[in-house]
Design a protein around this ligand. Structure first.
Ligand SMILES: C[S@@+](CC[C@H](N)C(=O)[O-])C[C@H]1O[C@@H](n2cnc3c(N)ncnc32)[C@H](O)[C@@H]1O
Length: 266
């Protein structure tokens, strides 16, 4: 069976079982999509995307990617993304926060299930960067299948993550020789520092809170792979103002800002 086969027949299903493909599409540049991802995009009958309401600049990036790599673009079914309870913040407990996210995943599973059942054939989910890093699609597909109404097999196609983009753009190895690295979120950075981590990759940064880390080295990048990409490197105390200025500039020019950084203790 070839991976690009659009429908998988199994001996005992009396016909075809749907295929669900979770496809990593890289972090913003249409060239940074693998050959395997393009074959997977070509193999599906429709895509499902989450409509977050209002103008979503990432939606435009996904559309550009599809028209660039596909001769015939399958229908893109945009499903309304359920509201997430954002009253849980960094000030609430981890349990409350996790519960709010799990509830949101359950609600998403329900709407994705409906969209799959309402359409025929194999379905693709286009996932920003790599599906293994801070993305809920894999968990939601698992939930959809666990609900039992959608009969499908599924696979995951890796993508180039923003973490790899950061390393490539700064031309660095993300860790010291034979040393570990911790990947975390802006929300949990303090916890990582207090636990003694000294080489930390930070994603999902609502804001940059680096007080007390002025001596640490930072390799920062925003909107990587896009025309608005910016990079800054230096001691936090020396370059933080520059980073904050660039963040604000990119936000006003591109309409969105997504940044990632490596922090290393001197
Ligand atoms: C929901 S997570 C998804 C990560 C994605 N799965 C990946 O592999 O990069 C979104 C976060 O990834 C980082 N990110 C994604 N795309 C980026 C880009 N083009 N430039 C910089 N950071 C990016 C930012 O930290 C952003 O807040």
């Amino acid at each position: 069976m070839s991976r690009a086969t659009s429908r998988i027949a199994t001996p005992d299903d009396g016909g075809a079982v749907r295929l669900i493909r979770v496809i990593g599409i890289g972090a913003g540049h249409p060239d940074q999509v693998t050959v395997e991802a393009i074959a997977a995009m070509r193999s599906v009958d429709f895509f499902i995307t989450a409509d977050k309401g209002g103008h979503d600049p990432l939606l435009a990036a996904r559309e550009a990617l599809l028209t660039r790599h596909l001769d015939v673009v399958p229908p893109v079914v945009a499903v309304r993304d359920p509201e997430r309870d954002r009253t849980t913040s960094s000030t609430t407990t981890a349990t409350d926060y996790d519960r709010a996210v799990i509830d949101w995943h359950d609600a998403r599973a329900e709407v994705f299930e409906r969209a799959i059942l309402d359409h025929e054939g194999d379905v693709g989910f286009l996932v920003w960067g790599d599906p293994a890093f801070y993305d809920s699609t894999i968990r939601i597909v698992e939930k959809v299948l666990a609900r039992g109404k959608v009969e499908a097999v599924w696979d995951v196609i890796p993508g180039i993550s923003s973490l790899q983009m950061l390393a490539a753009r700064h031309r660095i190895v993300l860790h010291g020789i034979g040393q570990p690295i911790l990947v975390t979120t802006g929300r949990r950075l303090r916890e990582a520092v207090e636990a003694g981590a000294d080489n930390i990759l930070v994603m999902l940064n609502a804001r940059l809170e680096l007080t007390g880390l002025e001596e640490w080295q930072i390799w920062w990048g925003t909107n990587l792979g896009t025309k608005d990409e910016r990079l800054v490197n230096g001691a936090v105390g020396d370059v933080l103002d520059q980073i904050l200025t660039q963040r604000a500039e990119v936000k006003s020019v591109a309409g969105w800002v997504m940044d990632v950084y490596l922090l290393r203790k001197p």
